[in-house]
Design a protein around this ligand. Structure first.
Ligand SMILES: Nc1ncnc2c1ncn2[C@@H]1O[C@H](COP(=O)(O)OP(=O)(O)OP(=O)(O)O)[C@@H](O)[C@H]1O
Length: 294
């Protein structure tokens, strides 16, 4: 038994001791995290880390152990109620092959009171998804585009996106993230998103969570990452001194220079070692996940 969790009313998701076992695999290993309202949170992790499992737990699609509150409800027992305020893309394969674009729109408009048809049509504008086109005539990426247009036109408090841009070309991916930020997101909405395209998404995230082996190993607002992590382009004559400060990662560059990544070392101690900058999310991810495939 776990202690009852204190749920902050400003939090959209609160998870404590979240645990999911698939036969002999622990997909979630006492994961703990909070997601406040009005954020865009990236859940980032290597293959098999537990991202999809965590999303499925939040959506009430699987059984699990531990404490989980989503919009103040327990996804295990209050799923129907929860689904009024949550929106997600279930599975790209579920659209019947005979369905036309306009029928898909009619269907969602019929079942979802918060669906905005005009908004959906705006999202489809400029794509090849014309009203009469059937799913069987679409490419993989076009099916994803249709799903995204349908889902982004629903006014939900929590939008859950699992690898939303898989199979999409880079033009559409960039446009999608921009639209998500400009046309969908506002302070009353929260977006939880998983992706492996870390560099493409980092500029729209307000928060990031790294997950590894079923545990959340880093949970931070994007704007404070730079206070904790610093990358230094270390001059060759400072390399030994810098190494003694215990960088979490180190990589060589041409001409004897080395980039070292430091976690929580005061700026004063890094002074004089070389040029400093805030690391990109991808470099931070690689450093944090070191040894994953060892
Ligand atoms: N239905 C299932 N039955 C058995 N094991 C499962 C099942 N679903 C997931 N797993 C296992 O749970 C672990 C976490 O899987 P999950 O799909 O959550 O990972 P992920 O982080 O989403 O990975 P990816 O980036 O590869 O999509 C993996 O080891 C996976 O093999």
């Amino acid at each position: 038994m776990t202690d009852a969790i204190r749920i902050d009313p400003g939090h959209i998701v609160t998870a404590r001791n979240l645990r999911k076992r698939y036969r002999n695999k622990l997909a979630l290993n006492d994961a703990a995290f909070d997601i406040p309202a009005g954020r865009i949170v990236g859940l980032i992790g290597p293959n098999g880390a537990g991202k999809t499992t965590a999303l499925k737990a939040i959506l009430g699609l699987i059984a699990f152990d531990g404490d989980l509150s989503v919009l103040g409800r327990d996804p295990r027992t209050q799923r129907d109620d929860l689904m009024r305020d949550v929106c997600f893309i279930a599975d790209v394969a579920v659209l019947p092959r005979w369905l036309r674009v306009r029928e898909a729109i009619d269907f969602v408009a019929g079942v979802h009171p918060r669906f905005d048809r005009a908004k959906c049509e705006r999202f489809l504008h400029g794509t090849q998804l014309k009203p009469n086109l059937r799913v069987r005539e679409m490419s993989k990426g076009m099916i994803v585009q249709l799903h995204l247009a349908l889902v982004m036109a629903i006014d939900a408090r929590l939008l859950v996106l699992d690898e939303p841009t898989l199979g999409l070309d880079i033009l559409y991916r960039k446009q999608f993230y921009q639209r998500l930020l400009e046309d969908y997101f506002d302070e009353n909405k929260t977006i939880l998103i998983t992706t492996h395209q870390v560099e493409e998404i980092e500029h729209i995230l307000t928060d990031v969570m790294f997950i590894r082996d079923g545990k959340v190993v880093l949970d931070s607002q994007m704007e404070v990452l730079g206070e904790r992590f610093v990358e230094v382009l270390v001059n060759p004559d400072q390399a030994v001194h810098a190494r003694n400060l215990g960088p979490i990662d180190e990589r060589a560059l041409p001409f004897g220079k080395t980039v070292m990544l430091f976690d929580g070392i005061p700026a004063a101690q890094l002074d004089g070692l070389g040029e400093t900058r805030t690391p990109g999310l991808a470099d931070l991810f690689v450093a944090t996940m070191k040894g994953t495939y060892a």
